[in-house]
Design a protein around this ligand. Sequence first.
Ligand SMILES: Nc1ncnc2c1ncn2[C@@H]1O[C@H](COP(=O)(O)OP(=O)(O)O)[C@@H](O)[C@H]1O
Ligand SMILES: [Mg+2]
Length: 351
Amino acid sequence: MPGAIYAEGLVKNFGDVRALDGVDLDVPEGTVLGLLGPNGAGKTTTVRVLTTLLTPDQGKASVAGIDVLRHPNEVRRRIGLSGQFAAVDEYLTGRENLQMVGQLYQLKAKDARRRADELLERFNLADAADRTAKTYSGGMRRRLDLAAALVVSPPVMFMDEPTTGLDPRNRQALWEVIQELVAGGTTLLLTTQYLEEADHLADDICVVDHGRVIARGTSDQLKAQTGGERVEVVVRERERIGTAEELLRAHAVDGGEVAVEQHTRRLTVPVAGGAKLLAEVIRDLDGRGIEIDDIGLRRPTLDDVFISLTGHAAEEDTADGDDEDGGQSENSENSENSKKKAGAAAKAGKK
Ligand SMILES: Nc1ncnc2c1ncn2[C@@H]1O[C@H](COP(=O)(O)OP(=O)(O)O)[C@@H](O)[C@H]1O
Ligand SMILES: [Mg+2]
C-alpha cells in the first residue's frame, strides 16, 4: 500500500538538463519527509510534479492515493503548497489575503478571521496586517505565503524551502506551526538546504543530488551509515603522541585507524561504545600519565553525511536568482529598499 505521497521513477528533462533522473519516494501518512539537497538537485522539480504543476517525462506518482497524472484536479483539492507565492494577492492586505483563503476553503467568516489573526501574529506580520501585500518586503511576502498555506490543514502539504531567508525568530515560528500541522495528521514533504532543519523536523530524509535520491533513512540511520562515532584527543606534550596513538589503537573499531595531526597534537580514532568507552580511554591515558588538553566523543552530523555522500557541503552554493526573498530583505520594510541594498552590496563587492 503506497503512502500518502508516492513516486516511482520520475524523470524530467528541460532541454539538455536532466532535472529528475529517476526519483522514487514513499511517504507514510502522517509523517514528514525532508527532501534535502543543494541548489539544482531537483527538489523544486519534484515538488512541481507532485503538486500537478509539471508533467514528468517518465514515471508515476500519487498523492493521498490519487494518481497525479490522471486526476490532477482531485489531487489539488487535497493538498497545500507553499513556496510559489501562488496564494498572495498583491492588492489585498495581509489580513484580507488570509481571510480570503479561509473563505475559499469554506471556513465560517468568524473562523477565517480568527485563523488569519492567529497566523499574522505568529509570523510577525500583525503590524503590517492592514497594508497591501505589494508594500511587503521579500521576507514578509514569504511569511504571508507560508501563512496562507497554513490557513487550513490539508491532508498532504508541500513546502519548498519554507525557511530559506527567514530570520531565526520566524524560522522558529514556522517550525512550531509545522509541528502542530503534523500532529494534526497532515503528511508533509518539505524541501530544504538546511541539514539542521531536516534533522529537526523530518521523520525520514531523502538526500537528492543531480536528480536522484542518493541516500534515504532517518537522520540517525544516515549518520550511522556515514561512519560511527570517534574519540578525539588533544595531548599536551608532543613527545607523548606516539604512546597515545598506540593506546588509542587498542580502542579502535575493527579495521579503524588512528589519525594523527602532529601540529595540533590531535588524535582521532573511530570507536563504538559511546560514553562508557570514552571513560575507559580517559582512564587509560591517565594510567600512562599522558596529559590531555581536550578529549571528546564526536558523532557524525548530517553535514558529515552530506559531505561524504556528495563530496561537497550542502549550503555552500546558495547564490540563486531569488535572493529577493533571502535574508537581506527580511529586515527591510519594502522590496524596493532591499533591491537597493542588494545593488549597493553588489557594487561594494566589485571594488
Ligand atoms: N523550467 C526550467 N527550465 C530549464 N531548466 C530548469 C527548469 N526548472 C529547473 N531546471 C533545471 O533543473 C535542475 C533542477 O532544478 P530544481 O528542481 O529547481 O532544483 P532545486 O530546487 O533542488 O534547486 C537545475 O539544473 C535547474 O537549472
Ligand atoms: Mg528549488
